[in-house]
Design a protein around this ligand. Structure first.
Ligand code: NAD
Ligand code: WQD
Length: 339
């Protein structure tokens, strides 16, 4: 079975390719490298000892997308490609709508033309906005608080319409909670450009001495220690959910939405303390103002993924910290470290 992986050089895409190759799938990856480094593709080949084709193509380039579908007989597509920085999306909304929404429309058009109708899509827990209660079920109301989140909501609606229009489509929409950690080899991981927006890469950069201290955005939330609570999920657990979703869409048509989370919520301070415990690194921090748009608590109910896909996250917060740290300490400058 040949799977096209869009965004294959990125953080989650590169981990997914390892899992696919190790489970006997043929992979073709594309990425425009706007937020990634081709080095990740090289590392994935080294880790797995397997080869696959990589194309530096843009989803927005319809001609190149067509040429790829002419060349290969894809069975399915896992679609990770997209821009994902919340703050940047507020500054550059049109770039986000164009890249994420138009890019996905291009992908779906070419899939339709070549009758490739099995798709796994990366959505996000951000589509739940500020939920009234937790844990969050797939049936909860959705809303967007920023353009990035709105691109995910719009794409979800497009994919639903597509599947309602023709039952040949088979689509799994996966709503990720907070993916962190890295492959246990320490050879690939999250590689943010500039100052990290997300908590875990910020912590690892403080631990490795690249940043002075962590700024904790508020300690006056209604949580056990006042800091924000999230459902952190190991990236390797997360990508295993994609293989289960592929198996599911191979057997079922229509569209289904699944939360991919652990079902457990940890605060910023829980994560800092766990990281310090497993790495013996102290993380200096200061409490600063709340970050605009942040919510107090967010964690998943993932019963549907367990029952329908036979998938559950198994890795612990300790594993996530250990693996994120191994990647950071062995590659202090990300993919630039070994080049
Ligand atoms: P990432 O930025 O590391 O990977 C996305 C990849 O897509 C990058 O390599 C980028 O260069 C590529 N890309 C972007 N636009 C493209 C285009 N037009 N054509 C071709 N390639 C393009 O991000 P990630 O963390 O691996 O996220 C993967 C997907 O999961 C994204 O869709 C993201 O929105 C979604 N997601 C991520 C998180 C998270 O916290 N990391 C949470 C929920 C959802
Ligand atoms: C986690 C917690 C912060 C950084 C974002 C996107 C979401 C999804 C995942 C893609 C919060 C706190 C953070 C820091 C801090 N991405 N924090 N200091 O905000 O839950 O979700 O990434 O879909 O759409 O919004 O993740 O890692 O940024 O923050 O105190 O320097 O850490 O306030 O409580 P978030 P995060």
């Amino acid at each position: 079975m040949t799977v096209l992986v869009t965004g294959g050089a990125g953080y989650i895409g590169s981990h997914a390719i390892i899992e696919l190759l190790q489970n006997g799938y043929n992979v073709v990856a594309l990425d425009n490298l706007s937020n990634s480094d081709k080095e990740s593709i090289k590392k994935v080949k080294e880790i797995t000892g397997k080869n696959f084709s990589f194309y530096q193509y843009d989803l927005l380039d319809y001609g190149k997308m067509r040429s790829l579908f002419e060349k290969y007989n894809f069975d399915s597509v896992i679609h990770f490609a997209g821009l994902k920085a919340v703050g940047e999306s507020v500054e550059l909304p049109i770039d986000y709508y164009y890249n994420n929404v138009s890019g996905t429309i291009n992908l779906c058009r070419v899939m339709d033309e070549f009758e490739v109708t099995k798709l796994v899509f990366s959505s996000s827990a951000t589509v739940y906005g500020d939920p009234k209660t937790v844990p969050i079920y797939e049936t909860f109301p959705t809303s967007a608080t920023n353009p990035y989140g709105r691109t995910k909501l719009i794409i979800e609606e497009i994919l639903k319409d597509l599947s309602y229009s023709n039952m040949k489509w088979s689509i799994a929409i996966l709503r990720y909670f907070n993916p962190i950690g890295a492959h246990h080899s320490g050879r690939i991981g999250e590689n943010p450009k500039g100052e990290p927006n997300n908590l875990m890469p910020y912590i690892t950069q403080v631990a490795v001495g690249k940043r002075e201290k962590l700024k904790i955005f508020g300690n006056d939330y209604n949580t056990h220690d006042g800091t924000g609570v999230r459902d952190y999920i190991h990236v390797v657990d997360l990508v295993k959910g994609h293989l289960k979703a592929l198996e599911y869409i191979n057997k079922n048509t229509g569209v289904e939405i699944f939360n991919l989370g652990t079902g457990k919520g940890y605060s910023v301070l829980d994560l800092v303390k766990t990281f310090s415990k497993v790495t013996s690194k102290s993380i200096p921090y200061e409490i600063v103002e709340r970050r605009a748009g942040d919510i107090a608590v967010c964690y998943a109910n993932s019963d549907k993924a367990r029952e329908v896909l036979d998938w559950s996250a198994v890795k612990k917060l300790e594993d996530m910290c250990k693996d994120a740290w191994k990647w950071q300490v062995e590659n202090p400058n990300g993919y630039k470290s070994e080049q």
